[in-house]
Design a protein around this ligand. Sequence first.
Ligand code: PLP
Length: 481
Amino acid sequence: MKFPEEVYSSKRFREQGVAVIELIANCMEDSLSGQPNKVIEMTDPATAMREVQQWFDRCTLDDSKDVAQLFSDIYHRAIRLHHPGYLGHQISPPLPDAALASLFSDFLNNGMGVFEMGIAGTAIERFVVKSLAKKMGFPESADGFLTSGGTLGNLTSLLAARRAKATDDIWESGIQRKTALLVSSQAHYCVDRSARVMGWGAEGVVKVPVKRDFTMDVSQLESSLQVARAKGLEVIAVVGSACSTATGTFDDLEGIGAFCQKHDLWFHVDGAHGAASVYSTQYSSRVKGLQMADSVVMDFHKLLMTPALATAVIFKEAKWAAGNFAQKAEYLWDDANHVDQWHDLAKRTFECTKSMIALKVFTILAVHGEQVFDDNVTTLYRSASRFGELLQRAEDFALATLPQSNIVCFRFAPAGEPDLDLLNRKVREELLSTGEFYIVQTTLGGCVWLRTTIANPFTKISDFENLMNEIRRIGRRRLPS
Ligand SMILES: *Cc1c(COP(=O)(O)O)cnc(C)c1O
C-alpha cells in the first residue's frame, strides 16, 4: 500500500470496519448464547507462538490484507468473556457501546496530558470523577482522576498518604526512616508491591489477621499498630479491602475509618473490585463507611462493563488529587492552584500521555444511564449468592464463606477423599482443557479452593448446576473406587 495515501485510506477503513463490526457482532452472539463456542481453547505457550507466526505469515501474503480475517483467527485463541461459562478472574464482558467508545477514542488518540490535547476528554473525565465521588457519598469538594488500573491507582493513593502523613518530606528529601501501612493478610498483592516500589521493603506492609470470613479482624488493628511501632516503623495508613480479591468479602470500613481517625492515619480503600457496590440499590451497604476514606480506588473494568483499563482514584480532599505529583511541596498548600488547574491532567496522574479512559464510562452513562450499573452489580451479586446457596446445599461441595459480592470460592469435597487439594487442582486442570467453563483457583488457609467470579449477567442457575455436575464427573473419575 502506498504511503501515506493508501494506508490512511478512508475507503479501506470503511470496508474493513464494516467487516470487523460484523465479526464482533457474530462473536458476541455466539458467546452470549454459550453455543457452540467454548470459553477458552486451551493450548500451550509454544503452540500459541507458532500460531501467531502463521497468522502473521498469512496476513503478509494475503493481498487483501484482511483485518477481519486476522481478528477472526485471534478470536479463536482469545478467552471469551461474554460466554456464560466465563467464571474466571474479575473482568467484565464489555458493553458493545463501550467497545465502540474504545474504538472512537483510539481513533481520536487525544493524549489528555494538557487541556488542549483533549478538551472533550478532559471535561468528560471531570464529569465522570465528580459523579462517582458523589455516588460514593463524598462532599462536593472531593476530587480525583482516572488512571490505568487499580494497581497504579493504589500506588498513587499511597503516595498521597505518604505525603500527607509521614513526618519527613520523603518526596523532597528521600527516605530517612522506615514507613509502613496496615492491611489485611487477604489484600491484593499490589498493596505489597506499592510499598516496595516506594522503598519501604517487605517490612513496609504489616499484615492484620483476618476473621473466618476472610475480612480484616479490626479488633487486631490496635495491637498490630503497637507491634509495628515497637519495631521502629512509622505507620502512616490503613488499607481496607472492599472487597478482597480472593474471597470477595468486605472489610469493616466503618471500623477501620474510626481507627484511622483515632490515630490520625490515612484511610485508603482498595475498592478496585467492590467499590462499584455504591451503584447497587440492593447492595450499596456492602461499602458502608466508604465516605470515611481519604482515598478510594475503583475499577470500572471489573463490575461495570467497561473495557480495561478504566480506574478511578477519588480523594476526599481535592488537594491530593491535584498535587500528589507536584514537584514542589508548596503547590499542595496553594488552594488557587488545584482549583484552577484541574484541566491539566498530566500534573495529577502518574501517566503523561493517557488514553481517553473516561469516554468509555461516559458513553455507558449517557446512553444507558446509571441504572445499568445498578442492574449489573445487583444481578451479579444476586447470582453469586444463589450459586453460594446451591453449593451450601450440596453435600459433596464445601463453600469457603458466604458470598458477599460476585466472587464465590468453593471446593469439591466428597466424603472419603484424602487429598482434596490435589483433587481440586486436577479438576480445574481438566475443566480448563475441556474449555466449557473457565474458573480459577486460590489458596485459603493453606488449602486449594476453586474460585469463581460471576462476571456475566447471562450466566444462569442452570450454568452453575452444569458446572457442579461437570466437576463431579471429572472428580469422581479421579477418585479411587
Ligand atoms: C483487581 C484488583 C486490584 C488490581 O487492579 P488492576 O485494575 O487489575 O490493576 C487491586 N485490588 C483489588 C482488591 C482488586 O480486586
